[in-house]
Design a protein around this ligand. Structure first.
Ligand SMILES: N[C@@H](CCC(=O)N[C@@H](CS)C(=O)NCC(=O)O)C(=O)O
Length: 256
């Protein structure tokens, strides 16, 4: 059976779990961001990031690489549409989800997500800058959608990559109001059985991991991947980020 180095709250792991569910592929899940699983995660991914998929001797890290592997290994139903133009569109929205949406939601959620035990206030203007940029992304998504249906015809990897971020917008004080096609799309996506199962899993895991007392995750140090750093730099928070690095609260993944 396939093993997924997983985490119930990682948007990238959620994308892969939904892709596996979409294809009906059974898998074993390890919550690999739990501190007591760290060495096992490092053994399959020196960057110590989830998700990682292990299929016999094959080890695939990175959610987009995993999605492509799943389409090769289990072609039906596909995660990409048939036409080259729509395939390019689906990959583009997957990339926007993984880079732009993820960076902003992550950077803003440091002060609201229960894993982080931050008692300080966010640097001045950071939350507003994030909500402004999220509104720009949602406007672009609204433009890309039609009156009915999904982004690229049928359900594709674009929906599975975008949804985890869209479902976290409330947490960072952003809203879908003013984006009528995104609101309609969000309702349709939420009605999909794999998405309902994902939301259930996140809700149940939040209760299990956080309500019972001490969380199993790192509380102080935040791992900053490239796009997440890029967004703070682009918005003028280089000095703040430097302080985070100097204090040891910010760490970067090892490339190899
Ligand atoms: N490009 C990677 C990004 C994966 C990623 O950033 N994973 C985060 C969780 S959302 C992680 O494992 N961070 C390490 C940590 O928080 O310790 C992908 O698409 O899978």
């Amino acid at each position: 059976m396939l093993t997924l180095y997983d985490n119930p709250f990682s948007p990238f792991a959620r994308k892969v779990r939904m892709a596996l569910g979409w294809k009906g592929v059974p898998f074993r899940s390890i919550d690999a961001l739990a501190l007591d699983e760290r060495q096992r995660l490092l053994d399959v991914n020196p960057r110590a990031e989830v998700p990682v998929l292990v299929d016999g001797d094959v080890v695939v890290a990175d959610s987009s690489d995993i999605a492509a592997y799943l389409d090769d290994r289990f072609p039906s139903p596909p995660l990409l549409p048939a036409s080259p133009a729509l395939r390019a569109k689906a990959r583009r929205w997957q990339r926007i989800a993984d880079t732009a949406f993820d960076a902003i939601v992550h950077d803003l959620s440091l002060w609201s997500w229960p894993t982080h035990r931050r008692t300080d206030a966010p640097p001045a203007g950071l939350l507003d800058a994030g909500r402004r940029d999220l509104a720009k992304l949602l406007a672009a998504l609204d433009d890309a959608l039609g009156a009915t249906g999904f982004l690229c015809g049928g359900v594709s990897i674009a929906e599975l990559a975008l949804f985890p971020h869209v479902s976290s917008l409330k947490l960072v004080g952003a809203t879908l109001d003013g984006f009528p096609k995104v609101l309609r799309w969000n309702r349709d996506v939420r009605a999909l059985p794999v998405v309902r199962a994902d939301l259930e899993h996140v809700k149940r895991s939040a209760f299990e991991k956080f309500a019972a007392g001490a969380s199993p995750y790192e509380a102080e140090k935040v791992v900053w991947r490239g796009d997440r750093i890029e967004w703070v730099l682009a918005n003028g928070y280089a000095e703040w980020f430097h302080t985070e690095l100097a204090s040891g609260r910010a760490v970067v993944p090892r490339p190899v």
